[in-house]
Design a protein around this ligand. Structure first.
Ligand code: ATP
Ligand code: MG
Ligand code: MG
Ligand code: MG
Length: 562
């Protein structure tokens, strides 16, 4: 590409409306322009960066077995009423009516649409699992659109949705996406952390956020350098042990055979359907290890311990006792934990466990717990209370705090949408079952901004090669000179032929402004041709990140360069 015919209108002055560095630099480097609040046009350079991010996301989604589709931006209100979110979503949902007075919204996310698609198409367990994704424009009427691409109202998201026939499959789908996300952010060259997170308005049973570390981040995360612990502090309630090695949860049967009671027995006792019985707590009652199966809501907790209440001596089992009693593998969802409870590291159980800790109050359902004696195994970490340097809840090393920009989010949704929208399939026994869902978002356009927040200096953007719109800026300092220009063209052709994306600055500008613009736009490598160097037959090289300069011979340049 020749800059003389390109459209990259750089600005000398920093636009007053921009508060954060990525917004300033995206405007100054001629990458985006604002149409109206939170809504931007991508100019050629900005679009190239966006497409580079999208390409890597797409490659890794494809590698993980997800299938690309493209869903509409306009969604009928009826579907949102069916899921219950028409009321729940609030004013971020942009609603309007068509000429027939039918209600619609601009999609802020696509759970409803994709579930509607799948419920009409998938009939049998043989068609599952399936994971569908798209890279598409979302609209959220953010109350405070700001920071340019970071919090737009219209923005580009990759959203994927998995459908599984059982819980073990759903967990496997979740961890496949988690791993794909790690690959994506590593390939993009970003410094990031995966942290456990609240599942927020989308709802569901467990979730992780992927945070790009940057001072301008709107979230605060606590993380540990000695292990893989990380959590979003602002969202944290009591925090369960985070995933150790990423291993799938033990199958539901493991839970069903724990302790004295089967899931069916307990369900019958509680007069609920067995699918409500999803968690286990292990106690030592009068010296005997027993398991209680619980769900994370208070109502159920009240009843479920009935059969334990008469024990004279009741305490939570130690991790060793839990392991011995359950024989379940210790892993992410296994019986590990700060409290000696078999913890399913999700929010629901975290709340249940939190409540148990709090249950030593006067009217608690758990009698006989001796807070002094049981303090150690009852010690959950409430991250809202934690400060930098406090011990990591997982390994005890000092915790670090950082600001983070949420660039990705994975949720295990469970049955939330398949139930409300009635997405079922026939299982092996011909029985109708709800599909188990997960959803997985990446802020494709936000990544472009987040990457600049993390990679810039006083002169401008310092793009990581994977996102850079061009890998090489080739500066022809003697654009008015036909002979020099012919050399520059030759070099440009050779680079392009070698598959190296190159922007040739062939404008008749002063060298100073060429260097300034190349620095501002942040291409990883600058090659300069002209002046005395050209007379000596050399090309000057500069590494944008380190500023390191070098020389390469013009003769046989490509061999020396690659
Ligand atoms: P936030 O907490 O920043 O409002 P979110 O939790 O509402 O984000 P999700 O529903 O998890 O967002 O959407 C998936 C991803 O889409 C987010 O991780 C983020 O990277 C991106 N995203 C969300 N809102 C915006 C926005 N207004 N502008 C740009 N990207 C966004
Ligand atoms: Mg939001
Ligand atoms: Mg969020
Ligand atoms: Mg989120």
């Amino acid at each position: 590409m020749r800059l003389s015919r390109y459209y990259a209108p750089t600005l000398k002055e920093t636009p007053a409306e921009a508060e954060v560095v990525s917004h300033k630099l995206l405007l100054r480097a001629g990458m985006i322009r604002k149409l109206t609040a939170g809504i931007y046009t991508y100019l050629p350079l900005g679009l190239k960066a966006l497409n580079n991010v999208a390409r890597i996301v797409r490659e890794e989604m494809d590698r993980a077995g997800a299938l690309e589709i493209l869903m509409p931006a306009v969604q009928p209100a009826d579907l949102w009423k069916e899921s219950g979110r028409w009321e729940f979503y609030g004013r971020e949902l942009l609603r309007f009516v068509d000429r027939h007075e039918r209600e619609f919204c601009l999609g802020p996310t696509h759970e409803e649409v994709v579930t509607d698609l799948v419920r009409h198409e998938i009939r049998s367990y043989r068609q599952l699992p399936i994971n569908l994704y798209q890279i598409q424009t979302k609209f959220r009427d953010e109350i405070r659109p700001r920071f340019g691409l970071m919090r737009g109202r219209e923005f580009v998201m990759k959203d994927a949705y998995s459908f599984d026939k059982d819980d073990a499959g759903a967990d496997a789908s979740y961890w496949a996406m988690y791993k794909a996300y790690i690959r994506i952010f590593e390939r993009l060259g970003l410094k990031f952390r995966a942290v456990s997170a609240d599942s927020g308005a989308i709802g569901g049973s467990f979730s992780h956020e992927f945070m790009v570390l940057a001072e301008t981040g709107e979230d605060t995360i606590a993380y540990c350098d000695a292990c893989d612990f990380g959590a979003n502090v602002e969202k944290a309630e009591a925090v369960c042990p985070p995933p150790g090695d990423i291993a799938p949860c033990p199958p539901a049967e493991t839970v069903a055979t724990l302790g004295q009671h089967t899931v069916e027995e307990v369900a019958a006792f509680l007069e609920v359907t067995p699918d409500r019985i999803v968690k286990t707590l292990v106690y030592v009652a009068d010296g005997k290890t027993v398991a209680a199966l619980v769900r994370g809501d208070r109502e159920l907790n009240e009843v479920k311990f009935k059969n334990l209440l008469d024990a004279k001596d009741l305490r939570l089992a130690s991790p060793e006792e839990v392991t011995a009693a359950t024989k379940a593998p210790v892993g992410f969802a296994g019986p590990v934990g700060l409290a000696g409870i078999p913890v399913y590291a999700d929010r629901e159980l975290s709340l249940a466990a939190d409540w148990i800790v709090g249950a030593n109050a006067a009217d608690a359902h758990l009698r006989h717990v001796d807070l002094g004696r049981d303090a150690a195994i009852l010690s959950f970490t409430d991250l809202r209370q934690v400060a930098p340097g406090d011990p990591c809840p997982k390994c005890g090393a000092p915790l670090s705090f950082a600001k983070g920009i949420e660039v990705g989010h994975v949720f295990k949704l469970g049955l939330k949408y398949s139930k409300s929208l009635n997405a079922t399939f026939l299982d092996e026994a011909g029985k109708e079952q709800f599909m188990i869902m997960g959803c997985y978002g990446i802020g494709v356009s936000r990544i472009v901004a987040a990457c600049i927040e993390q990679n810039n200096d006083a002169s401008g953007i310092v793009f990581p090669p994977a996102i850079a719109p061009f890998e090489v800026a080739l500066l022809n300092l003697n654009a008015k000179d036909a002979e020099a220009s012919a050399k520059a063209d030759e070099l440009y052709d050779a680079l392009t032929a070698a598959g190296i994306e190159t922007l040739l600055d062939d404008r008749e500008e002063r060298p100073g402004s060429k260097f300034k613009d190349a620095d501002l736009m942040g291409f990883p490598i600058q090659l300069t041709l002209g002046g005395k160097g050209l007379a000596r037959g050399i090309v000057e090289t500069k590494d944008r990140r380190t500023g390191e300069k070098g020389e390469l011979p013009l003769d046989g340049f490509m061999d020396a360069f690659v």
